[in-house]
Design a protein around this ligand. Structure first.
Ligand code: FE2
Length: 429
């Protein structure tokens, strides 16, 4: 039998080296050392890392690349960002939203980012962003898996038509139920929104992903209600809490109870390190809180934890480039996850962990799975994060869909001529 594509001498994120990967008809058909199989195309990986694609399980594709429209966020705060988005919404056009989203997806592919969960604002009676992103989802399906979350940005109760719009969005084909309980008018209304949103998900057999407690207020405890509702409605394994930044500021004793509740409810946590470190602690003088949720402690309790990008060049965040290695790097720094195992876990937080949260099937480097792969200019996952490694080849269903030349610098120094490649610096070498 002839394969379509053979990757030779790859290193894998789990530490295996010298691995050949054979792909045919969009699937991985064989995996091992020195495979004796012919292929129409061969890539010599020369010991470099081959990873499954990057995944961003928390993004806002309806707002991306809108930076400066209609003006800049001068304070840099979450609340000015929400107000600014409110100014932009009425003047959005469907074509402009689609164009910006497709442009972002080009960038994503170039970075090996091939699955995205995007929240889409439903607090616009036209549901313009919903229609735009459903169209984008269709167009990019050959190269990116896009999952959409119905997100009532202005509050499920606080925005008068949010409830009916959220249901309309789900009827149109939006995949996941979203919410923003800490933005409702009262703690009680926030808790009630969690209850109703989970009921909607249970009735429709959908997943739940709430912007939950994205605040520095340690008394914002909607995650507690979310654990309770998840158990009451049998939603275990289908619910994610995004941000959970109030946990950063909570009393340690209370958190010791809360994390156990989250673990028994099989709730996943999604931290957004770039955004959390930027938006949280804004009311602090010094010391300033980091604001990110308690990633190492959640992981230790067996909870699935992923890192999301959240924003790229939009009303909330003027930076970003669709690079999930930048996200992993920030997560590592903010959470002080500096042991070798912890750094590898940060790589998992932008690959295998979000795959679980999104329920992606046939993801990962194993025989029978989709032949979706990224060849990185790094020897292992630790070096990939350290270098924000170049994506040499991005492969979707066994076909190369993006290529970037090897990055190297020619040096002309006195007595030291030569070329420099960043990945030549190995620990202890
Ligand atoms: Fe978000």
């Amino acid at each position: 039998m002839q394969a379509d594509l053979l990757l030779k001498n790859a290193s894998l994120p789990d530490g295996r080296t010298g691995i050949d990967i054979a792909c045919k008809d969009g699937r991985i058909i064989d995996l091992g050392t020195r495979l004796a199989i012919a292929a129409a195309q061969e890539i010599d990986c020369a010991g470099l890392l081959v990873s499954p694609p990057f995944i961003d399980c928390h993004f806002h594709m309806d707002a991306t690349l809108s930076l400066g429209l209609p003006r800049m966020n001068e304070s840099g705060t979450l609340l000015e960002g929400i107000a600014l988005w409110g100014e932009l919404k009425p003047i959005l056009t469907i074509d402009a939203v689609i164009e910006r989203a497709l442009k972002y997806c080009d960038l994503a592919v170039s970075q090996g980012l091939l699955a995205i969960r995007s929240h889409v604002d439903v607090c616009d009676d036209r549901l313009l962003a919903v229609d735009a992103l459903l169209e984008v989802k269709k167009q990019i399906a050959p190269y990116i898996d896009l999952q959409l979350v119905a997100f009532p940005q202005d509050g499920y109760f606080r925005s008068p038509t949010a409830k009916q719009n959220l249901l309309r969005a789900l009827d149109k084909g939006v995949d996941v139920v979203g919410g923003i309980p800490h933005f409702e008018r009262t703690m009680n209304e926030g808790a009630q929104s969690v209850r109703e949103l989970c009921e909607i998900a249970a009735e429709r057999g959908l997943r739940v992903d709430l912007h939950c407690d994205e605040t520095d207020d340690p008394l914002s405890r909607h995650i507690e209600t979310l654990t309770c509702e998840t158990q009451r409605l049998g939603l275990q394994g289908r619910v994610a809490g995004s941000h959970l930044t109030s946990m950063h500021s909570m009393d340690n004793y209370y958190v010791s109870k809360l994390i156990a509740l989250m673990a028994e409810s099989e709730i996943a946590a999604i931290a957004n390190p770039l955004i959390n470190i930027t938006l949280q602690g804004r009311h602090d003088t010094y010391p300033k809180r980091r604001g990110m949720t308690r990633v190492p402690e959640l992981r230790k309790a067996g909870i699935t934890v992923a890192f999301g990008h959240d924003c790229v060049m939009d009303p909330w965040y003027s930076m970003g480039s669709g690079d999930m290695l930048e996200v992993a790097s920030m997560g590592l720094h903010v959470a002080q996850m500096t042991s070798r195992d912890d750094i590898r876990a940060c790589f998992d937080a932008v690959t295998t962990e979000p795959a679980k949260i999104m329920g992606l099937e046939n993801y990962g480097i194993a025989v029978g799975n989709h032949a979706d792969l990224v060849v990185l200019q790094a020897k292992d996952s630790i070096e990939a994060i350290r270098l924000r490694a170049n994506r040499l080849f991005v492969i979707r269903r066994g076909k190369v869909i993006a290529q970037t030349p090897t990055r190297q610098t020619s040096l002309d120094l006195p007595g030291r001529p030569g070329t420099l490649r960043a990945e030549t610096y190995a620990p202890g070498a």
